[in-house]
Design a protein around this ligand. Structure first.
Ligand code: 13P
Ligand code: SF4
Length: 301
């Protein structure tokens, strides 16, 4: 089957199944191009919550599809590659969180959206990279537990002035972006602005002009007057930034900022997912009810 035939088949099946395709900004170009909506974790969860579709084909990683399943229990949520997981989300289980919480009685738990539904079910409120500071500021307490990203936690602590006790997890893709990488790129492009994701290390954040989620990078790109921007996040977003903005040159901080899990889905797997209605992502009623509380609190904010 040619690519054009595959696209036509996906569009046909989408209509038959009353399906919508959601894709994260890190997905490969052919997946971004077939999606009805491409965005960051917050945008994707809002889109999943409000969509009238009966089937959501989620092109991202497992925790994102789970969040969609929690928010829309009446819909069928499909993850086109069942092995597309997030190594950072895998750094903490619900039991580990329960054990950790018991050492800090009375402390509120903020969980990054990059966690399993079971971990969300053990948390007070969820956050994404675009609203983590606002979520933490909405809690009156001065000492807060944060899972699982220690880099995002450090950023939030600096922005809010609160004491954030962080789980020792991180995103290997963002953690491998070093200050030396930013400085080397900056030497080659001294006039370029530097935009980095808050999952980056504190010393990388210190070198940035803007610290923003992938969704805010997409929005900022439409408005920037900078001729060149060095982008410190997973390199998949560069495709979208370049496609939508021809005036600015977007430079990945390093080509190896690459999340292999985000690249597991392709057009062929999207087609198979719709044709065979696989792989269904389901969350048990009890976990879903408790996780929904944490996610909805965030969405209300
Ligand atoms: P955002 O798109 O929400 O900024 O998240 C980045 C990320 O690492 C998702 O896995
Ligand atoms: Fe997880 Fe990082 Fe990959 Fe996002 S980029 S899915 S946080 S490993």
């Amino acid at each position: 089957m040619t690519k054009q035939e595959m696209i036509a088949r996906v569009n046909g099946l989408k209509k038959d199944r009353h399906a919508v395709i959601l894709a994260h900004n890190y997905q490969i170009p052919e997946v971004q191009d077939i999606a009805d909506y491409t965005g960051d974790s917050l945008g994707l969860s809002q889109e999943a919550a409000k969509s009238a579709a009966e089937v959501i084909v989620f092109c991202g990683v497992h925790f994102m599809a789970e969040t969609a399943a929690v928010l829309s229990p009446e819909k069928t949520v499909l993850l086109p590659d069942r092995h597309a997981g997030c190594p950072m989300a895998a750094t903490i289980t619900a039991q580990e969180l329960r054990d950790w919480k018991s050492k800090y009685p009375g402390r509120k738990v903020v969980c990054y959206v990059n966690t399993t539904a079971e971990v969300k079910a053990e948390s007070d409120v969820c956050c994404t990279s675009s609203n983590a500071v606002r979520v933490v500021n909405s809690i009156p307490d001065e000492e807060i537990l944060f899972v699982p990203d220690k880099n995002l936690a450090a950023y939030v602590a600096r922005q809010t002035g609160k004491k954030i006790i962080a789980w020792d997890g991180c995103c290997y893709v963002h953690d491998r972006i070093l200050a030396a990488d930013v400085l080397a790129k900056k030497r080659l492009h001294p006039e370029a602005e530097v935009w980095v994701h808050p999952e980056c290390r504190p010393e990388v954040i210190d070198l940035a002009d803007r610290v923003i989620s992938t969704g805010h990078m997409v929005a900022a790109a439409r408005e920037t007057r900078a001729a060149e921007v060095i982008v410190g996040t997973e390199a998949g977003i560069i495709y979208r930034l370049r496609k939508e903005n021809s005036r600015t040159v977007f430079l990945p901080v390093k080509d190896l900022a690459f999340c292999s899990n985000m690249k597991k889905i392709n057009l062929h797997k999207v087609l198979e997912a719709l044709a065979e209605m696989k792989y269904r992502v389901e969350v048990s009623t009890d976990v879903s009810r408790r996780a929904r509380g944490a996610i909805e609190k965030m969405i209300q904010l």
